[in-house]
Every structure is written in structure tokens, then in C-alpha cells.
Design a protein around this ligand. Structure first.
Ligand code: BES
Ligand code: ZN
Ligand code: ZN
Length: 496
């Protein structure tokens, strides 16, 4: 997909489809008057007839019959001007890109909507909407590939005075969306291909491409170093666990920021095996690790001046004769012992080692983990927001700001001391299952035990990591790449 920018006027633009965003309930069409004159006022007519009201994400197709160089016009609604939020730009970009694609067109041009936001921000959102919207997971389709519709060129139209700012926004939007789509492609990968070794291969590709520092600890090294919790989670699988650490900008120490992603390449539940219904979706249990790879890629592309440590504890949770069991007690990397009550609460066990290692070994200024951790978080928040837990309100404030800019919403859930009580074990330091409900909170309380004093935010992305039912305007079914745009946005402002 090629993305271009042009200052050509809309009435001179030659394209298969010219996308024009409009606000709802406005009597005049303002700057579209010139083009509408050439079209015998057909835009004004469809608005007057109320056939098209410009409600948010409403679209309307007009043929131009050779009156202007653009073959067709796609009108797209922004909703009411007073209700405008930056995500609407993202939404209408996704909506119109998908409308163009479903009509079988290969190219389109879209006018940067007027909005009460900085031009750079608006252009970034428009770019994200287009590129995220057009992503599709097709690599395993071998039959009738010619029938897969694809747009291969999109042009953003703006005025000369907007050009410089728009270019910056488009660049950022492109890097962020490509990184998110890269993470989506990895999280969408089926688990027979997307193994811990596969993550190590991708990390090594990134390391080669961007001259990053890479460390991959395999099973034997993990054993030597005492990663017994991570090893236990992966012990039932033929695909051996790995701990992968990618460092971007390591010479920028001590301005160190760490990001850790749960990477269970398949979560069968282990000995406490899950029911068959939706078990296939547990290929997405590696979405956190996929996001880490996307984040590192975007940081390198944007040359962000921070030392970013990306940590991927990768394992497959399978039942077998060598699998870990309920009742097992593990001596984790931190030295704390963990009693296993349920082998399906494996994410927190694997993360216990990754978090303890990251904080003690890299001493980051802040650490954020992303994990498809609990079904309980999905019950609490659905797909509307990731659950956020913290020991540091200032860091969470930064996460919330970034979340609202990129519209990857987070919602704070508590870490009351009550939850520390219910994960106490009779026979070990902690158990991997709480009692008394609040499953997302007790899981977070478990992670907190392995963090120490480092400022930390835990994002439970179980409800936001992938979409199975209703696709959003710019996010189709499958992995969403959540966390990538959020954390890179945060890092862009880090230390500023
Ligand atoms: N990966 C799952 C969490 C999950 C479940 C994410 C459904 C998205 C949709 C996690 O490892 C898990 O199985 N958690 C259990 C924990 C329970 C055994 C305490 C859960 O949430 O049911
Ligand atoms: Zn599980
Ligand atoms: Zn899991």
C-alpha cells in the first residue's frame, strides 16, 4: 500500500474515488462549492434531499460522469461538528477506505477533514484510519487469491499551508499503523507456526534490521538462571520456552523504559484444560509479545531518544506427561515460591519471572506489561477498554493521556490490599489463583509481588487484544495490535 500526499485541488484530482468528509446538519458545503458547481450541485442536492445526512460513518456514492477527473465521489459523514473527537477522523478514514475497497477500487484520494485539532494530529489520525482499516490477514489463503480485494494507493489531499504539518502527521501515523499491523500479523499467526522459536526469529530479524541488542535465553539457559516459573508453564509443550529481550538505544541508559508482553503462543489451559468452545482463540494469547515487537519496530523507525527494553517471555501452555500440575510449587526467578492452583492461570506465572528479571536486571525508570491475562477483565470491561493497574499514578496518568490520543482506551481497576490476602498460599509464598471474585484484580495483585518498587502499569488486554464479533470502523476481525500505538505515543512524549 502506497500512501501519498498532494496539494492538488479536489476538482483537478484524478482518482478512482475522491472521498469528501462532511459534517452533519450544516446548511452550506463551504469549500466544496467549487467542485459541486462542476457537478451540477449534486452534493448539495443529496444533502437537501436528506438522502445523505452526514451522520458519523454514513457513506454515499456519486458518479461524476466525466465532469471532473475523479471517477466517483464518496461522501462520508463526520457527524455533528460539536461532537467531533479526533477518533472520528480515524473512523471515517477506515470507513471510506473499506467502502472503496469493497467496491473493488484500487486507488482513492481523501480530503483531510476540517477539524478543531492540530493539522499534524488530524493527518496522523487519518493515516492510521486508512492503514489500520485496510489491514487483512490473508497469508494462508491459497485459492482464488485474485478475488482478494486490495487497495494499493491512497492519497491524502490538503492545502499548501497544511502541507508541512500534515507530512509530519502522516509519517508518524504510517510508522504507528505499520507497527500495529505487524503486531496484528504476529498475533494472528496460528499457533502451529507462531511458536516461541518463531518469536525469537522475528526478534533477530528486527535486531539485524535496526542494529538492536538481542538476547534469547533458551531452555537450558533459563534453567541455569532459575526461570522455573516460565519453564514450568512451557514444560508440557514440544515447543520449548524462550525469554527474548530486544534493546533499542541501549547506549541511552539510564533513561530506560521496559515493556513486557505475555507471550503464550497457545493457551490450552494445560492440565486444567479449557473447554473446546473458543479454544482456537487462545492463539491470540501471544498478543502482548506481538505488541512488544511492534513497539520496538516503531521506536526504531521514529528514532525515539529512550532506551527501550522489550521483553518477551514465550511459552506454550499444553497438557502432557511433562506438563506442570495443580499443586506444584515453583521457585521463581525472584526467589519467591508459587503454588499452582490452576494451570490455566499461566500468564501471571510466566510474567512473574519476566517482571522480576526485567526490574532487577535492567533497573528501568518505568515498566509496562501487556497481557491477555483474565477472562474476568473481559467480563468487567468488554472490548471497550483495557484494564489498567498501577503502583504509580503519575505513570498511569501518562498512559491515560496516550490512550486517549490514540483511542486505545484504558480503565483503572484497583489493587486493594484485600487482593493480596486472597492470593496467600498455605504452603508457598503466593498462589496463582485468588478467591472471592475480582479475577482481573487478583491476577494483577499476583504480578505486583514481582515488581518491587519500580513504577509499573499492568494492562490487561484480554478484551481488547482481538475482535471476534463486530468489527470496528478501522479494526477488522482478528488481532487489534492494541498497546503498540498506545505505548509508542507515550514514549514519544517520554522525558519531554
Ligand atoms: N489467556 C487466558 C485469559 C483469557 C481468557 C483471555 C479468555 C481472553 C479470553 C488466561 O490464561 C486464563 O486462562 N485465565 C483464566 C484464569 C483463571 C483460571 C483463574 C480465566 O480468566 O479464566
Ligand atoms: Zn490460561
Ligand atoms: Zn493465557
Amino acid at each position: 500500500m502506497e500512501l501519498k500526499i498532494s496539494t492538488e485541488s479536489i476538482e483537478r484530482t484524478k482518482t478512482e474515488a475522491l472521498v469528501l468528509p462532511l459534517y452533519e446538519n450544516e446548511k452550506t458545503i463551504g469549500s466544496l462549492k467549487i467542485i459541486d458547481n462542476l457537478l451540477n450541485n449534486s452534493i448539495q442536492k443529496v444533502l437537501d434531499s436528506k438522502e445523505f445526512k452526514a451522520e458519523l460513518n454514513e457513506t454515499y456514492l456519486l458518479q461524476t460522469y466525466g465532469k471532473i477527473p475523479a471517477h466517483r465521489i464518496v461522501l462520508v459523514g463526520l457527524g455533528k461538528r460539536d461532537d467531533f473527537k479526533i477518533d472520528r477522523t480515524r473512523q471515517i478514514a477506515g470507513t471510506s477506505a473499506l467502502a472503496v475497497r469493497s467496491l473493488g477500487m484500487k486507488t482513492f484520494s481523501i480530503l483531510l477533514p476540517e477539524a478543531k485539532f492540530p493539522i499534524e494530529t488530524n493527518a496522523q489520525a487519518l493515516t492510521e484510519g486508512i492503514l489500520l482499516g485496510l489491514y487483512q490477514f490473508t497469508k494462508f489463503k491459497t485459492e482464488e487469491r485474485e478475488k482478494i480485494k486490495e487497495v494499493n494507493e491512497a492519497t491524502i489531499l490538503c492545502s499548501q499551508y497544511q502541507l508541512e504539518e500534515a507530512k509530519k502527521g502522516i509519517h508518524t501515523g504510517k510508522v504507528l499503523s505499520e507497527a500495529a499491523n505487524y503486531a496484528r500479523e504476529i498475533a494472528n499467526e496460528p499457533s502451529n507456526e507462531g511458536t516461541p522459536a518463531y518469536f525469537a526469529r522475528l526478534a533477530s530479524e528486527l535486531a539485524g534490521k535496526y542494529a538492536l541488542k538481542l538476547k534469547v535465553l533458551d531452555k537450558d539457559e533459563l534453567k541455569k538462571l532459575g526461570f522455573n516459573a516460565l519453564l514450568a508453564v512451557g514444560s508440557g509443550s514440544v515447543h520449548e520456552p524462550k525469554l527474548i529481550v530486544l534493546e533499542y538505544n541501549h547506549e541511552k541508559k539510564p533513561n530506560t523504559f521496559a515493556v513486557v508482553g505475555k507471550t503464550i503462543t497457545f493457551d490450552s489451559g494445560g492440565i486444567c484444560i479449557k473447554p473446546e468452545d473458543k479454544m482456537d482463540e487462545m492463539k491470540f494469547d501471544k498478543a502482548g509479545g506481538a505488541a512488544v515487537l511492534g513497539i520496538i519496530q516503531a521506536c526504531a523507525e521514529l528514532k525515539i531518544p529512550v532506551h527501550v527494553v522489550g521483553v518477551i517471555p514465550a511459552a506454550e501452555n499444553m497438557p502432557s506427561g511433562s506438563a506442570y500440575r495443580p499443586g506444584d510449587i515453583l521457585k521463581s526467578y525472584s526467589g519467591k515460591t508459587i503454588e499452582i492452583k490452576n494451570t490455566d492461570a499461566e500468564g501471571r506465572v510466566a510474567l512473574a519471572d519476566a517482571l522480576a528479571y526485567t526490574t532487577s536486571h535492567y533497573k528501568p525508570k518505568a515498566i509496562i506489561d501487556m497481557a491477555t491475562l483474565t477472562g474476568a477483565c473481559v467480563v468487567a470491561l468488554g472490548s471497550a477498554a483495557s484494564g489498567a493497574f498501577t503502583n504509580n499514578q503519575e505513570l498511569l496518568g501518562k498512559v491515560k493521556d496516550a490512550a486517549s490520543s490514540v483511542h486505545e482506551r484504558v480503565w483503572e481497576l484497583p489493587l486493594f490490599e484485600d487482593y493480596d490476602e486472597v492470593i496467600k498460599s498455605d504452603v508457598a509464598d503466593v498462589k496463582n489463583l485468588g478467591t472471592g471474585g475480582a479475577g482481573a484484580c487478583t491476577a494483577a495483585a499476583f504480578l505486583k509481588k514481582f515488581i518491587g518498587k519500580t513504577p509499573w502499569v499492568h494492562l490487561d488486554i484480554a478484551g481488547t487484544g482481538w475482535i471476534t464479533d463486530k468489527p470496528k470502523q478501522y479494526l477488522g476481525k482478528g488481532a487489534t495490535g492494541v498497546g503498540v500505538r498506545l505505548i509508542v505515543e507515550l514514549l514519544r512524549k517520554w522525558g519531554k
